[in-house]
Ligand binder design. Sequence first.
Ligand code: CTP
Length: 406
Amino acid sequence: MLPGKRILLIISGGIAAYKSLDLIRHLREHGAFVRCIVTESATQFVTPLSVSALSGDKVYRDLFSLTDEAEMGHIQLSRDADLVVVAPATANILAKMAQGVGDDLATTTLLATDKDIMVAPAMNVRMWEHPATQNNISILKSREVIFIGPTEGKMACGEFGEGRMAEPAGISDAIDDYFHAYAPLAGRHAIVTSGPTHEAIDPVRYIANRSSGKQGHAIASALAARGARTTLVTGPTHEPNPAGVKIVRIESAQDMLNAVLASLPADMAICAAAVADWRPEKIDDRKMKKRDHTTAASLNILENPDILRTLADSADRRPHLVVGFAAETNDIIENAVTKRDYKGCDWIIANDVSSGTNTFGSDENKVHFITENVIEDWPLLAKTGVADRLVDRITEHFKTFARAAE
Ligand code: CTP
């Protein structure tokens, strides 16, 4: 379950910190991206250089470093992960977490995160058994912090008892189990189309539209985060590749159709691309010259294939769930309802792209979710929020479908 998963590993200062190096190695071998924060005291046990060499990434240490905050602030660090793991978790960091103390980069990130947190405690047996620690553990468990270990055994200090950090392979397995449990779309294949298409006129000119690809890319990312094998067929965009997603880059509508058909079979297709409706009949292989046109140049245009409609209509290869978008400037719901019927898709997400709404390119979207029986107005959400909400619906849909098939 780990390929493409983003793990934020916080290494706090205990003798077991050396084992976290092995944990990084295990996680990366299983395909995860590991980004690390080391606390000041952890640097007494492991060097940031070795952590960086093993994680293949910069190591974050300082809350007040202008460079760190500029590159990836603590809020972004905490949000940009699928899971936060604290290993080793000392009695001190557990106490700070329980009490909501944020006095360094590690603890402020733990306070700011909206992701699940897993801890692998490591400390002397008496510190582990101390009522203060046990009290902190109860508080953290009540907040659904996931505990891995500690185990019982001989300790670095010579004593015997509970408090040894779980072995790196065990922590890596627990992380794998976590993603398995939280990956309800595992085993499903999703195709997502995103971005605009470019329809060439000649080697330098093309017909395009204002789509940024933000919504489609966010959907692909949310599907992959729920465990779906995701193929993103995207037109030219500046959006970064979502982690754990197979990317197929195309330019024209015809290329997009070919790539989508080549990616079948799929359990679901979400067509978020703003496909150009028309293309020039002929693509000049040389730049068209103004002087060749005595009057204003005109183009003969042909209609492009409709990818959504082709998918919805593809008989035995039809994905079980086909979702389209409806970009409308007026009579939004009425037009979208008609479009759902005409395209033959199961659901359609309607959005207002009239001038002034700034839907194309913005980070937010206000949509209407339309099925055969339901029309819902969703509030203004970040495009990632729209993606999460849509993927919640998709997850519910496949749960019901799987139950019905049993
Ligand atoms: N779509 C597609 N292939 C096309 C055109 C559109 O797959 N050639 C898909 C889009 O990805 C979207 C849905 O169809 O999911 C509706 O796209 P939209 O641009 O809203 O509508 P059009 O089909 O282009 O119709 P119109 O321009 O008349 O509104």
